[in-house]
Design a protein. Structure first.
Length: 429
């Protein structure tokens, strides 16, 4: 009997303990809110990030960069306290400024695609990580925008803008579509109106169009910085003479970008070869008479020859020496995505032609006469980044300047071309 009593008492104690103990699920349920509360009370500390962004010095471009940068800051506000400082730096001279001191240059910068090789050789560019997505967004591995940003099979920059070429603007009040098709017609229209037409000859970028059209070429040597050029071979002097024939006409004037725009606004210039960045200003000046076309033909040995051109891209690079490379790469990809390429195109009055295939196919972009002119000219264009190295620019500028002035010293044209080619093909120091 005592044994039975002891057993019953032991069972009662066990049952009492089990009844008092909370269930495992109940314990978890009551502890979870405490854990969430602790997380809410102790948020992770956000890092402070400062980035410097360089882009075109044009006011509308700087304003657009500020908007895109501020939107980036807002988009990542939960992750970091981001400050983005802007700097004005022309894409055409970005490489020269950057290579003065790479470590002191901007974290993210826009630049012209012909500078990719030298920037890579200097170790200034951080390779792109999200290669497949960037490649697909810009037309695939064979697309010009991707090739322009690639060295040795590696993608080093984010394509930002296409259409970095040139074409003809003309005022329909004075120039007919037929006259716009040739330099002969343009000069005829200018003389009839007592006005002038223009092109910047003392620039290797524009001057190239005559030699390219006549079948001459420049290409990069194996080192990707030195240019091979055949302008001084048989018949090259005929091209130089054709240019001199144009410059000798009173209807022609050699003007740089700024002077071209001023002439349009003042009503003295009725047509000119230029790029997309001045589209908004020219359209405002000419209004309903604003028109664009492919480049004109020029007369070579009695035959009309279609001018060629360069085609190129603007790219966004990330400084390999950036203290915040990861965030810099995020910013570069943000600036060049589909939405921001469309925004930049619209904010700059159509001067920033998208390289992103979806952005370029948008209705607003396709309706732009600049895009139509660039598309028409593209079949006669060469990729700038695959054609010329660093020593191309100064000798061709010198040649163009002499021709623009009508060869005032009467220098033998073969000598002029020989000297130009010697300078162009000299190894880059």
């Amino acid at each position: 009997m005592k044994k039975l009593t002891a057993i019953l008492m032991a069972l009662l104690m066990v049952l009492s303990f089990v009844a008092c103990a909370p269930a495992a699920e109940e314990t978890a349920a009551t502890e979870a809110p405490a854990t969430e509360a602790a997380a809410t009370e102790a948020p992770a500390v956000k890092e402070d990030i400062t980035l410097t962004l360089w882009g075109s010095e044009l006011p509308e471009f700087q304003a657009a960069l500020r908007v895109m940068a501020d939107n980036f800051i807002a988009a990542y506000a939960d992750e970091a306290n981001i400050t983005i400082d802007l700097g004005a730096q022309s894409e055409s001279t970005a490489k020269d400024t950057i290579l003065l001191d790479v470590s002191a240059a901007a974290d993210v910068f826009y630049y012209a695609d012909d500078q990719t090789g030298e920037l890579v050789n200097a170790g200034a560019l951080q390779p792109v990580e999200n290669v497949d997505a960037i490649t697909a967004a810009n037309g695939g591995a064979d697309a010009g925008a991707i090739q322009a940003a690639t060295v040795g099979g590696m993608l080093y920059a984010y394509p930002a803008m296409g259409g970095n070429g040139y074409f003809l603007y003309y005022d329909k009040e004075f120039v007919s579509a037929e006259q716009a098709g040739s330099w002969m017609g343009l000069l005829e229209a200018a003389n009839a109106a007592g006005k002038q037409v223009t092109m910047q000859l003392n620039s290797g970028w524009y001057l190239y169009g005559f030699f390219k059209g006549a079948g001459y070429s420049c290409s990069l040597a194996d080192d990707k910085t030195t240019t091979q050029c055949d302008w001084n071979t048989a018949g090259g002097t005929d091209v130089a003479q054709a240019i001199l024939d144009i410059t000798a006409d009173p209807g022609f004037i050699n003007l740089d970008d700024a002077a071209f725009v001023t002439g349009v606004q003042e009503g003295t210039i009725i047509a000119g070869v230029n790029g997309s960045w001045n589209a908004g200003t020219i359209q405002t000046a000419w209004g309903d008479n604003y028109a664009t076309a492919k480049l004109p033909t020029f007369t070579l040995n009695g035959q009309e020859v279609q001018m060629g051109s360069f085609d190129g891209y603007k790219l966004v690079g990330v400084n390999a020496y950036s203290a915040n490379v990861g965030w810099a790469m995020r910013l570069a990809e943000w600036l060049t995505n589909e939405d921001n390429q469309i925004y930049l195109y619209e904010a700059t009055n159509g001067s920033a032609v998208p390289s992103n295939v979806n952005a370029a196919a948008s209705e607003s972009v396709q309706a732009n006469p600049v895009v139509a002119a660039l598309a028409s000219q593209s079949q006669f264009a060469s990729a700038q980044s695959l054609s010329v190295g660093g020593n191309y620019w100064t000798p061709t500028e010198t040649l163009g300047n002499i021709l623009a002035q009508g060869n005032p010293d009467g220098t033998d044209l073969q000598q002029l071309l020989d000297e130009t080619v010697a300078g162009v093909t000299a190894p880059v120091g």
